[in-house]
Design a protein around this ligand. Structure first.
Ligand code: AN7
Length: 344
């Protein structure tokens, strides 16, 4: 049968109200890519779940198809979210598809260009907040409590329903859950969703390694971070809305939540790109965590099946690459000049 998107495919596993009216961009069904070079380096079988290949370039589309389908079905006219960027682009796209007005609040000056451009292209009303993501989230919670505007952040339970589907897909492809699942943690909706999904699907449970950036690691520190900072702007979040659930998922699964430095994140980004998978910095945090755990001897990858979740495409944040390199060399449009340069 032709692929009709996540809700159609996994309907029986998703708790969505009767009034839900499917709004889909045929999200999901993303590849689980084997990584033979990483396998050689770490032992074990290593796969990347490449969520950057969703319609708007991040995993957020899984939860958004569900949240917007529910909101549209109950007659909402306007949706709103706070976002470090990817949620904004996804909400804007699905709202556009449903014919709804979308408003997105972002922290001033800290959103990667590909995400901001996406939100604008899909027609969202973009508002910058003089504050952090956490401040923006408080504002959207307040306005949705006092007005009919619908909240589509991952506090919305239907976002979690939709995002569970990635764990279903992984089990469908591998035949069972992997031994380890490594992923970045920001507002903690995704780790919550994976854990709920694996528990529900009944194909085994992975140990979950959740990874935060050291400059914004409230779940590792055990308290909120007032001024979170990291090159991985997607997970620059100091007060995760589903923090408790994230800690529970890590603990129940026999895994943990750790922090890695920006350097480790960027190094993991290069490792992935050198094997053909370019992801945005936050998306490389899962691999950075796996590298750190392996190096410290806490984790032995050999003989294990490991899925590294790469949540967003590299094209979301091109500046992080272009700003750290010199512009390509310029030569005359002459064959001799080319041969001179490349050697023959
Ligand atoms: C690429 O877009 O919070 O732990 O507002 O964009 O479920 O929050 C993004 C989060 C990981 C963390 N990877 O997921 C937003 C936002 C990427 C992300 C996360 C985000 P959660």
């Amino acid at each position: 049968m032709t692929y009709q998107g996540l809700i159609s495919r996994y309907k029986q596993y998703l708790e969505l109200p009767e009034h839900t009216q499917i709004i889909s961009l045929l999200e999901g069904n993303t590849p689980l890519i084997p990584m033979p070079r990483l396998e050689e380096e770490f032992g074990g079988e290593i796969f990347v779940k490449y969520e950057g290949l969703n319609p708007t370039g991040s995993f957020k589309d899984r939860g958004m198809t569900a949240a917007i389908s529910e909101a549209a079905g109950r007659g909402a006219k306007t949706v709103i979210c706070a976002s470090t960027g990817n949620t904004a682009a996804s909400a804007a796209a699905y709202a556009a598809r449903a014919g709804l007005r979308s408003i997105v609040l972002i922290p001033e000056g800290k959103v990667a260009v590909g995400k901001l451009a996406g939100a604008i292209a899909y027609g969202a009303e973009v508002i910058q907040i003089q504050g952090s993501f956490d401040d923006a989230l408080s504002l959207v919670v307040e306005i949705t409590q006092k007005t009919p505007i619908a909240l589509v952040n991952s506090i919305n339970p239907y976002r979690i329903e939709g995002q569970k589907t990635s764990s279903f897909e992984i089990c469908d492809v591998l035949g069972s859950a992997p031994d380890w699942l490594c992923l970045p943690v920001g507002n903690a909706g995704n780790i919550t969703s994976y854990w709920a999904g694996f528990k529900q699907y009944g194909k085994g449970l992975p140990q979950i390694l959740g990874v935060q950036a050291a400059g914004s690691a409230p779940l590792v520190l055990g308290h909120p971070v007032e001024k979170p900072e990291t090159v991985a702007t997607a997970i620059r979040i100091g007060k995760p809305a589903r923090g408790e659930q994230a800690l529970e998922a890590a603990q129940q699964s026999g895994g943990k939540i750790i922090a890695v430095s920006d350097e480790e994140i960027l190094s993991a980004q290069r490792m992935l790109a050198s094997e053909g998978v370019w992801v945005e910095p936050a998306s490389a945090a899962g691999l950075a965590g796996l590298v750190a755990e392996t190096a410290s001897g806490t984790f032995e990858a050999k003989g294990k099946k490991i899925v590294v979740v790469c949540t967003g495409h590299g094209m979301k944040d091109p500046s992080i690459i272009t700003e750290s390199f010199n512009a390509p060399q310029v030569i005359p449009a002459k064959y001799e000049a080319l041969v001179d340069l490349v050697g023959a």
